[in-house]
Design a protein around this ligand. Sequence first.
Ligand SMILES: [Zn+2]
Length: 273
Amino acid sequence: MLVDSHAHIDTSRFNADREDVILAALKAGITCIVDPGCDLDSSRFALTLAKAHPGIIFAGVGTHPHDATTYSDEVGTHYREMAREPEVVAIGEFGLDYFRMLSPRDVQRDVFCAHLQLARDCDLPCIIHVRDSHDDVIELLHAHGQGLRGVFHCFSGNVAQAEECLAFDGFMISFAGPLTRQGNALPEVARMAPLDRILVETDSPYLVPQPVRAKRNEPLFVKHVAEKLAEIRGMSFEEIAQVTTTNAVRLFNLDTFPSFQRRSKAERGESIQ
Ligand SMILES: [Zn+2]
């Protein structure tokens, strides 16, 4: 079993073959996919996909920092309503992106804080996007995120930054395609992160891992991230798959979902009632 803890399979780049992509992942042992919305429409579609694939796809609801200017109290009210659905397992993806800066910095910060409040009110984990914005994310989490849980998705920082992130007890670090590439501090981060605080993801359709030669990433390729993580940790692929799956199940409360329980029991060869 392997969980792709972050894949945007709701995006139009999967319109032509979405069901095939999901099936290919399932056949390869990727039993769960968390699809975080990036705005109201994509959050709605992620939820629709989750309802159509119970126990396989789960949704996050949130507004990506690129789209922060589309967020409003009204959007937040919709997220709150959607979060009552059992298929919604997280608030996100939200965060701060000062690399592309597609929304003004103060708008991003306000929308970030609004999502922290949503996570608190809905008692759901946060899926946080951080790009060239580490210090502000840490500052806002200290001020408004105490007691929350979540994941720093597609972690891209160094060891010191990872330590600051992991100082928030309820938070994990998630590794994506960049772990398989040269020239970053991620192998060091992957070595130091506690085993019960790590996840794997694809961030599909972006960030194709090595050695895949494809223009579009898809959940199937999460196994390459897990393989790299296993190599760095000196563990077997199966061990890393088990550790990261257990972490994802715990963070997103996946085993409270009936059809997920049935499927994981069946995979363990236990009888199904
Ligand atoms: Zn994403």
